[in-house]
Design a protein around this ligand. Structure first.
Ligand code: ATP
Ligand code: MG
Length: 190
């Protein structure tokens, strides 16, 4: 009998994590269909239906024991449930992705991201300084230019919670695990 090799020093001690909103299956299904349509035009790699999400804040690799600090940061965030209307599909040339997005960012979403970033910064986590670009990636490695099109009818996405997700990078595309979720509160200020 041979013993499996010991994990490399530090293995399993780090996690790659991000905060996101995750669509319910019916919304994910519609997004996935839109991805199929776009795929016919640009090719590339379609995101699997169950992986579709909108990233609020990407943290990256951290020691596993810092997850508690992340949870504490998330706990400070208060937002009312809201509806995100995704009304367009567009592409970014610089990273070859095709995405679904909103031409109007709901105030509740803007506030959620601002509060989350403030809590993360306070907790000593790196935060994004670029303007928040709300998007759901549908395709990666898309070819050529993708002309933006309206989503008709738009996708009305009811957002009732945000989640902390662990990402496990794989050659075929990252695998994600939701670690915890935080619901919105009806009386919270946007
Ligand atoms: P893969 O990298 O295997 O193609 P992925 O990008 O979905 O898959 P991650 O790299 O773990 O997986 O990223 C998780 C989420 O965070 C994705 O929505 C990704 O677009 C976003 N993300 C990754 N890196 C950054 C970054 N530096 N800034 C902002 N968002 C990021
Ligand atoms: Mg990535």
């Amino acid at each position: 009998m041979t013993r499996p090799p010991d994990p490399a020093p530090g293995a399993r001690q780090r996690v790659r994590v991000f905060f996101a909103i995750w669509p319910a299956p019916a919304i994910a299904r519609r997004l996935h269909q839109e991805g199929e349509r776009a795929h016919g035009l640009t090719g590339g790699r379609r995101m699997r239906r169950d992986t579709l999400h909108l990233t609020l804040a990407f943290i990256g690799d951290i020691p596993r024991e810092r997850l508690e600090e992340l949870r504490a940061a998330a706990h400070k965030v208060a937002f009312p449930p809201f509806t995100l209307r995704l009304d367009r599909i567009a592409g970014w040339r610089h990273n070859h992705i095709v995405w679904a997005g909103a031409s109007e960012l709901p105030g509740e979403l803007e506030s959620l991201v601002t509060q989350l970033n403030a809590a993360l910064a306070e907790g000593g986590f790196p935060v994004e300084h670029r303007k928040f670009a709300a998007h759901v990636t549908l395709l990666r490695n898309a070819r050529g230019e993708f002309s933006a099109t309206a989503l008709d009818p738009p996708i009305e996405w009811p957002v009732g919670e945000f989640v902390l997700v662990e990402s496990d990078p794989k050659p075929e595309g990252a695998h994600y695990t939701v670690l915890e979720s935080w619901p919105g509160a009806a009386g919270a200020q946007a």
